[in-house]
Design a protein around this ligand. Structure first.
Ligand code: NAG
Ligand code: NAG
Ligand code: NAG
Ligand code: NAG
Ligand code: NAG
Ligand code: NAG
Length: 346
């Protein structure tokens, strides 16, 4: 489980006790939390959250994908904040500072000073993941746009949602690696970094936008280098709008100490959805198909060794799963979460 998901789990677990005031039993001080917030309205501060350890510094990294950074020509491009909580005294205000990721405003280096990349509305901080203590911190901007001017005479332009991510490593924390893989290779509408999961030795990225939103996923080493990608496969009819890479995770499912990858395709086959398992050579070896129509099976994925048997288990969320109420049998979108335990005998 990555720290972002762990934190979400912790927050969800403590919420009932906050509501019912039973905190005393659990040693959680429910009356005076340490609070972090943004200075700009409507920034969606807290949409993504991860814990990261960089050397001796432990930080809470908070994404505010509609936040305003200090470059005024970038309108609500999103901000990733680094928040410190070394001082646990809750009567103080939490301190967050903007992570300076690319140190540049918008890019006007096109012909006659035209803007060729647009960082406004790029959703920086919409997805992020930490590779663990002293590992890589990955922060993505899935709506980073590239303008392709079809005709230099007119103002005709094609806007491509490239997406992209920043990889902050132990060595290069202040000058992150800028990943923009979809600028080459034919399809610029890739929305790279729509989802991301960093582990100690590798990073996996979802890119839902390839082609007609059929999507793909990428894997890299922990620096964001040595990238490889896999597109979705056409299975029975169309693969358009299947959104492969909506969620991604990795774990040692096979128990061979190499990583395997779980990649969701939530709109696969009339939106029944599936989660495809890839081995460490990125070959598909299995798939989970337990969704119903429109359930968004694979909206969320979490890997963790839940039963402590040394093998990673996989959790899959399907927030729009339709089922009948146990009381009266009427059908409703109740949502479902599936746990697939690792059966080491399979
Ligand atoms: C992380 O790096 C710091 C300083 O370089 C070191 O003291 C610490 O032990 C490292 N932590 C881990 C888990 O490797
Ligand atoms: C934004 O803030 C950072 C950190 O305070 C600073 O280094 C940088 O120069 C600022 N950029 C602009 C355009 O003001
Ligand atoms: C915030 O920063 C100030 C100034 O450095 C410091 O005094 C204060 O303790 C910090 N607050 C927290 C919660 O760490
Ligand atoms: C917490 O900070 C407040 C305000 O600065 C101070 O009055 C109080 O003594 C601090 N509490 C502790 C335990 O340090
Ligand atoms: C960049 O994006 C912003 C927000 O979407 C938009 O207002 C602005 O016109 C865009 N710039 C160009 C050159 O299209
Ligand atoms: C069944 O129960 C749910 C939850 O109480 C309620 O919203 C729904 O209207 C009920 N359906 C019927 C047919 O009574």
């Amino acid at each position: 489980m990555n720290p972002e998901q762990l934190w979400t789990g912790v927050l969800m677990a403590v919420t009932p006790f906050l509501l019912f005031g039973l905190g005393g039993c659990y040693n959680i001080d429910t009356t005076s939390p340490l609070i972090f917030t943004d200075h700009h309205a409507d920034s969606r501060f807290g949409q993504a959250l991860t814990l990261h350890q960089h050397g001796s510094e432990t930080m809470l990294v908070v994404g505010a994908p509609k936040g305003q950074c200090n470059y005024t020509d970038i309108v609500r491009g999103g901000v990733a904040y680094k928040c410190s909580f070394t001082n646990h005294n809750a009567s103080l205000a939490g301190n967050c500072t903007e992570l300076q990721l690319d140190n540049r405003g918008n890019d006007y280096s096109g012909l006659t000073g035209r803007q060729i990349y647009n960082k406004s509305d790029q959703w920086l901080g919409a997805s992020m993941s930490s590779g663990g203590p002293n590992g890589s911190l990955v922060i993505c901007r899935p709506r980073y746009r590239y303008y392709f001017y079809k005709s230099y005479g007119a103002q005709q332009q094609q806007r491509d949602l490239l997406g992209g991510c920043f990889v902050l490593t132990q060595e290069n924390f202040d000058t992150p690696n800028i990943l923009l893989p979809c600028i080459t290779g034919g399809d610029r509408r890739c929305q790279f970094g729509f989802s991301v999961d960093a582990k100690k030795d590798h990073i996996v990225y979802g890119a839902v936008g390839l082609g007609r939103q059929e999507g793909q996923f990428w894997r890299s080493d922990s620096n964001g280098e040595e990238r490889q990608k896999r597109p979705t496969k056409k299975v029975g009819g169309t693969k358009d709008y299947t959104y492969m890479g909506y969620a991604v995770t990795s774990g040692d499912f096979k128990g061979d100490s190499d990583p395997e990858y779980a990649i969701s395709v939530p709109r696969h086959k009339q939106a029944f959805g599936k989660v495809v398992l890839y081995d460490s050579d990125l070959n598909e070896y299995n798939a989970l198909e337990n969704g119903d129509m429109g359930s968004y099976f694979g909206h969320t994925l979490v890997t963790s060794d839940l039963n402590n048997d040394g093998y990673d288990d996989l959790m899959v969320g399907a927030p729009f799963f339709t089922d009948s109420f146990s009381t009266n049998g009427s059908l409703w979108e109740l949502g479902k979460v599936f746990i697939y335990y690792n059966d080491r005998n399979l």
